[in-house]
Design a binder for this molecule. Structure first.
Ligand code: ADP
Ligand code: MG
Length: 705
C-alpha cells in the first residue's frame, strides 16, 4: 500500500519502534496523514483506538453455502473466486461478475451499472455475495450485498481463519481504500507487530474469577476469531471493561455521598406525617408503606438519600412523595417536586394542595406559564423560607430559583430528565435528599447501568378496588365498530382518550393527521364536547384542555403522547390508541395506565393498519395479555432491542460502545466487581485511570462529584 509519509516530520517519541498506545494513528505503518484523517473522522485517533475499532459483524465461512447446493428462491451467502467480470449489453446494460467456488458457477448481476462497480472486482479475488438465488439460464443473484473477502495478497492470513471480520465503513474510509479489506490489513498488521503494547490491568487470578479472557487475547480474537464463539467471548471481555468503567463511576458517586456525613439531622416521623396519613382519603397499600419506610430510613441515615422509586402506573407514587415531603417540612426543611410536563405539574399541584391544605401547608407552583408577578412572589418565598413545599417543571432549574434550605428533592417520571438535571435541582440545596420516581419499570440490570448510583424501592401492587382493564387489538377496518362502542360508553357518562403518535422525525405530518382526526371525531361525536391536546399548544392552553377533561366538562380527549405520563382522571374509562404499532410496548402500557383508575370497568383498544408486519402484530397482541409493567418492559427490550427501548439515550441511559444493554450477565458481574473493588477493598479510583480514560470517563470528575 503506498503511503505518503515524505512530508511528515515524525516527532522523536513516535519514531519507529517507539510506538505507544497513545501515539496518533498516523504514525502507524501503513497509515499516514490522509488515512489518519479518514480514521479520525470515525473516532480513531490513536493506535489504541484502532485496536478498539471493532468489526460490525463477521462472515462465518462454515455457514456459507456451496454453489452446487443452491436452491432457487433461497437467501444465502456464497463465497467464490472471481472468474470473469464484464458488462453485457443487450437491450440495456448489465454488469455481470461470475463467481466460481469449485462446486459450480454463480452470476452476480447488476442492472443500471453503478459507476464504481466495474473497477471494484478483479479476477482471482475472493468475494462473498449475499442475496436471493434465481435462475435465468444460469444461477444468479441480482444486486447482491457483497464483500471482497480477500485477494491473493491477503491470503497469508485470511485463509487461516474461517471467520472473516467485516468493518463499518464510510465514504471517507473507502476513498482511502480502508474498506473492510483495507481495515483487516491494517488491524492485522497492528496486532502482529504491536500487540505487546497492550497491558492488561486485571491480574490473572482476577480474570479467572471473572471467567474472562486476557485483554490481548480478546483484542486479537475480536478482530480475527477462529470461531464466532471466540469472537463473542472476546467481545464479552471488552464489553465487561466498558461496563466496569461505567459501574465504577456510578459506584464512586455513591461512595462519595457515603463518605460525607450530613449535617442536617431529622427526627423520626412524627406529628405532620401522622396527620398526613389521617387526612388521606385512602389507606396506603403495603407497597407504599414499605417504600416510605425505606425512604425514612434513608433520610435518618448519616448520608443523603439517593433513591429511585419504581412503581407501575397507578401504584400511587404521588402519595408516597407527598408523605416524604410532609416529613421534610415537619423537620423544618423545604421540599420540592419536579415533573416533566406542565400538565402533570398542574395535576400534582391540584392533588397535593388538596391534601396539604388540610395540613395548613401552603404549596408553591412554578411552571413556564406562571405569571411574572406570582413567580416573583414565589421565588421570594422559596428563598426566604416562607414557602416550604412546591411543585414545578424544569422552570425550577433556573438559576433565579433559590431555596432557604432545600431538604428534599422529588423528581417524578425521572427518566424524562437527564442525570445532570437531577443533579442541578439537588444542588440547590445542601445535602438534599433525593427521591426519583418512575412509572416505567425497567429490568434490574438495566437499572444498574442507568441508575447504578441510586438505591431502589419498588411498589409491586396496585391499590385494591381497581376495576380491571380489558385490552384489545383491532385493525383499522374495525374503526366504525370501535366508535360505536365509544359512543355507548360516553352515553353512560364516561370519558375517553383517543391517542395519536407524534414522532419527532415526522412531527409536522403526524400533527396534521392528529388534527384531522380530531375534526373527524368531533363530527362523529357531535353531542359530546371534545378537546385536543398536543405538545405544540402553549402551556396555558394545555392546562385549559386538561382541566376541561379532568373536571368532566370535556368527554373526549384527542391527544398526542403528551398524555403518556402521569395523568389521573378516574372517570376516564376508554383509551383508544391509533397507529399503536408506532409506540413502544412500555409506552403503550403507560397509556393504558391512564384508564382503570376508578371503580368502573375500563377498556384499552389498540388500533393499527392491517398491513403491519407479523412481528408488529404479535407485539400488540402480547400487550393484550400482559399487565405486569416489568414483564412488558422486558418483552419490549427483547423485541425492539435496547437501542429503541424507551428511547434510552434521551433518558439518561449511557451510550455504550461495545457493551449492549442486554448484556445482563456481564452487567451483573461488572457491578459486583465494582462493589468489591470500591466498597470491600476500598481501592482508589485512580487505579483504573487508564480504563476510565479508555471508556471516556473522567477521573477528576469522579473524585469531586
Ligand atoms: P402513579 O404511581 O402512577 O403516579 P398516582 O400517584 O397517580 O399513581 O395514583 C393513582 C391513583 O390512585 C390516584 O388517583 C391516587 O389518588 C390513587 N391512590 C393512590 N394510593 C392509593 C391507595 N393506597 N388506595 C387507593 N387509591 C390510591
Ligand atoms: Mg405519577
Amino acid at each position: 500500500m503506498p503511503v505518503e509519509k515524505k512530508s511528515v516530520a515524525l516527532p522523536k517519541a513516535y519514531g519507529p519502534g517507539k510506538l505507544e498506545l497513545f501515539s496518533p494513528v498516523q504514525y502507524l505503518k501503513g497509515v499516514g496523514p490522509e488515512r489518519a484523517k479518514a480514521l479520525n473522522e470515525v473516532g480513531v485517533l490513536t493506535v489504541e483506538d484502532l485496536l478498539y475499532y471493532l468489526p460490525r459483524r463477521y462472515l462465518d465461512r462454515s455457514r456459507v453455502v456451496k454453489i452446487a447446493d443452491l436452491k432457487v428462491g433461497e437467501e444465502v451467502t456464497v463465497i467464490g473466486n472471481v472468474l470473469d467480470v464484464r458488462i453485457v449489453r443487450r437491450r440495456s446494460a448489465r454488469f455481470v461478475v461470475t463467481l466460481h467456488d469449485g462446486s459450480g458457477y454463480l452470476a452476480l448481476v447488476w442492472f443500471n451499472v453503478p459507476s464504481f462497480l466495474p473497477n471494484y472486482f478483479e479476477r482471482g479475488m475472493e468475494v462473498a455475495a449475499s442475496g436471493v438465488v434465481s435462475i435465468y439460464g444460469t444461477l444468479q443473484m441480482t444486486h447482491p450485498d457483497f464483500e471482497i473477502v480477500g485477494d491473493p495478497e491477503e491470503q497469508k492470513f485470511m485463509h487461516t481463519g474461517r471467520v472473516i471480520p467485516l468493518y463499518p465503513s464510510t465514504a471517507g474510509l473507502k476513498a482511502r481504500r480502508l474498506d473492510s479489506r483495507g481495515m483487516r490489513r491494517l488491524v492485522f498488521d497492528l496486532l502482529e507487530k504491536h500487540s505487546g503494547l497492550v497491558i492488561d490491568f486485571w491480574q490473572k487470578p482476577e480474570l479467572e474469577k471473572l471467567a474472562l479472557p486476557e485483554l490481548s487475547w480478546a483484542l486479537k480474537h475480536v478482530h480475527f476469531p477462529e470461531t464466532v464463539e471466540d469472537a463473542e467471548r472476546a467481545r464479552g471481555r471488552l464489553a465487561f471493561d466498558e461496563l466496569f468503567a461505567l459501574e465504577l463511576v456510578l459506584l464512586a458517586r455513591k461512595r462519595n455521598l457515603q463518605l460525607r456525613p450530613k449535617e442536617r439531622v431529622f427526627r423520626p416521623p412524627g406529628g405532620l406525617v401522622e396527620k398526613f396519613y389521617s387526612i388521606l382519603p385512602f389507606q396506603l397499600t403495603a407497597g407504599q408503606n414499605q417504600a416510605l419506610a425505606e425512604i425514612f430510613t434513608d433520610i435518618l441515615s448519616p448520608h443523603p438519600m439517593s433513591r429511585l422509586l419504581q412503581g407501575d402506573v397507578g401504584s400511587g407514587k404521588t402519595a408516597v412523595a407527598a408523605a416524604a415531603m410532609a416529613y421534610a417540612v415537619e423537620n423544618g426543611s423545604q421540599a420540592v417536586l419536579m415533573a416533566p410536563t406542565e400538565v402533570l405539574v398542574e395535576q400534582h399541584y391540584r392533588t397535593l394542595s388538596g391534601w396539604f391544605s388540610k395540613l395548613e401547608l401552603p404549596l408553591g407552583l412554578l411552571t413556564g406559564s406562571t405569571p411574572p408577578g406570582e413567580k416573583k412572589k414565589l421565588l421570594a418565598g422559596l428563598a426566604g423560607g416562607e414557602v416550604m413545599a412546591a411543585v414545578g417543571t424544569h422552570a425550577l432549574l433556573e438559576p433565579t430559583v433559590e431555596f432557604k434550605d432545600l431538604g428534599l428533592v422529588v423528581v417524578d417520571e425521572q427518566h424524562r430528565f437527564g442525570v445532570s438535571q437531577r443533579g442541578l435541582l439537588k444542588r440547590k440545596g445542601k445535602e438534599s435528599e433525593l427521591l426519583a420516581m418512575t412509572a416505567t419499570p425497567i429490568p434490574r440490570s438495566l437499572a444498574l447501568t442507568a441508575y447504578g448510583d441510586l438505591d431502589m424501592s419498588v411498589i409491586k401492587e396496585l391499590p385494591a378496588g381497581r376495576a380491571s382493564i380489558v385490552t384489545a387489538y383491532r385493525t383499522e377496518e374495525k374503526k366504525p365498530e370501535i366508535w360505536n362502542f365509544v359512543q355507548t360508553e360516553l352515553t353512560k357518562g364516561r370519558q375517553a382518550y383517543v391517542v395519536y403518535p407524534v414522532i419527532e422525525e415526522s412531527e409536522k405530518s403526524d400533527l396534521k393527521a392528529a388534527k384531522a382526526e380530531y375534526e373527524n371525531l368531533k363530527k362523529i361525536f357531535s353531542e359530546f364536547p371534545a378537546g385536543l391536546l398536543h405538545g405544540r399548544l402553549s402551556g396555558k392552553d394545555k392546562i385549559k384542555v386538561m382541566e376541561g377533561f379532568s373536571s368532566g366538562r370535556l368527554k373526549l380527549l384527542v391527544a398526542t403522547s403528551v398524555v403518556e405520563v402521569g395523568l389521573d382522571v378516574s372517570n376516564a374509562t376508554l383509551m383508544i390508541v391509533e397507529e399503536a404499532q408506532r409506540f413502544g410496548l412500555a409506552q403503550l402500557h403507560q397509556l393504558r395506565g391512564r384508564v382503570g383508575r376508578g371503580a368502573e370497568k375500563s377498556y384499552c383498544i389498540l388500533i393499527s393498519p392491517a398491513n403491519i408486519s407479523a412481528t408488529a402484530q404479535a407485539r400488540l397482541e402480547a400487550l393484550t395479555k400482559e399487565r405486569d409493567g416489568f414483564k412488558i418492559a422486558e418483552l419490549d427490550l427483547e423485541l425492539r432491542g435496547p437501542g429503541e427501548f424507551l428511547g434510552l439515550k434521551q433518558h439518561g441511559f449511557p451510550d455504550l460502545k461495545i457493551a449492549r444493554l442486554d448484556d445482563f450477565e456481564l452487567i451483573r458481574r461488572a457491578r459486583q466487581k465494582g462493589e468489591e473493588v470500591l466498597f470491600e477493598k476500598g481501592e482508589p479510583v485512580s487505579r483504573f485511570a487508564h480504563l476510565l480514560r479508555r471508556w471516556g470517563k473522567s477521573v477528576t470528575l469522579l473524585e469531586t462529584s
